[in-house]
Design a binder for this molecule. Sequence first.
Ligand SMILES: Cc1ncc(COP(=O)(O)O)c(C=O)c1O
Length: 469
Amino acid sequence: MTASADSHALGVDRERVAELFSEELARFEALHPRSREQYSRGLRHFLYGAPLHWMQQWPGSYPLCVALAQGARLTDVDGHTYVDFALGDTGAMFGHANPTLVEAISTQLARGSTMMLPTEDAAVVGELLAERFGLPYWQVTTSATDANRFVIRLCRMVTGRDKILTFNWNYHGSVDETQVELDDRQRMVPRTGVHPNAMHHEQTTRLAEFNDLAAVEEALAQEDVACVLTEPVLTNVGIVPAEAGFHAGLRRLTRQYGAALVIDETHTISAGPGGYTRAHGLEPDFFVLGKSIAGGIPVAVWGTTAEMAERIWKVLPHFKPGQEINHFGFGGTLAGSALQMAAIRATLEKVMTEENYGHMIGLAERMERGVVEMVRRRALPWHVTRIGARLEYLFRPAPPRTGGEAHRARHALLEAFIHLYLLNRGVLLTPFHNMALMCPFTTEADVDLHNQVLDECLGVLVDEEGRRA
Ligand SMILES: Cc1ncc(COP(=O)(O)O)c(C=O)c1O
């Protein structure tokens, strides 16, 4: 694609974006000397200057160093306060230092955090999960990545099949089997930049485009797929909505060809208190949910049906005293801890409420109206998608049908410029995509600030008739 065709498709001038981005970087550096100092120190002993390499991948020259995060706000060590729509990429979806969760977590911390034994909270959490998500049997892990890995392992055990089917431009954590993509000839290759980690993906994985039921059927018809692993709507490449009939077709085909259906709701829990699954009546065999359900304590849960539980117990029966112990190949010393149970219980009972979701979704709708209006007014060929309390804008006129289409609509520099322009004016978006998430503490004024600053940002790129500035 030529630069001008590319600029035309984006609706903005790439060179202008590059120039403006340099100006914003200079502004960022002038505003954040203390964060720079901390980063320079971090570089001495952290491989990428911070404890997690993703922290380096925010749009500024170095990561903000945080002094305090509370509710929907975050303050850095240079004394700037931001409205935070990133919310730890969903880990803080119910607000930073939510007082209800702080109380539940600190009370349990003082009573013992991890004993590798259940507390009375555990049975309550089991009941709450079953009631909310409609699946009777649950296990707890320390991350959504782990939950997906363990569920894949179990699906292989019960079906005796090796492969999984997943979708192009998925993200389910650093699960080796999923780290593949389709190249421009639609062949599955290792994900760009990811080492295949000794995986022979042709033995472990089939990859189809989301919404392509014909490709799903072709992959499943070979009857060697243990499970299909998917988000109900792709959320990690921009948002790719499910077309009408896609989920019904996926469920019919997985049943027909004997593959388990695994729905990963880690991001789409933004849809409502029961996630996308409850809102749309999906019927997964396994349901995975991580990040947001324990007030920032590392945790995820996965649930399954009575029928699948029977199949699991055939392969991995309940333990009988006196037997040799079996590691089962999944688990984790800190998984299911007393601290996690207290945090999940408080989240489910007091925080993931209809009332909080009503507030969060109302604000996301307000943001959506504002962004749709400014994109239209400036004649930008972009669109906005919302999954309940989560909103994303993408540089193409209509929602993509597939992960491949979504990926082609992305533009790293334009994204970085928008993020940095907003950050320099007190608004944080989620790095890695144009995603804004509301929490129970977000206010109308916060949303209006985002919309005002984004409108200014678009104004330096294009005028009201859509002419490039
Ligand atoms: C849908 C989905 N599943 C799983 C994960 C992995 O979560 P974690 O990094 O907490 O293990 C992510 C992370 O972004 C995700 O988006």
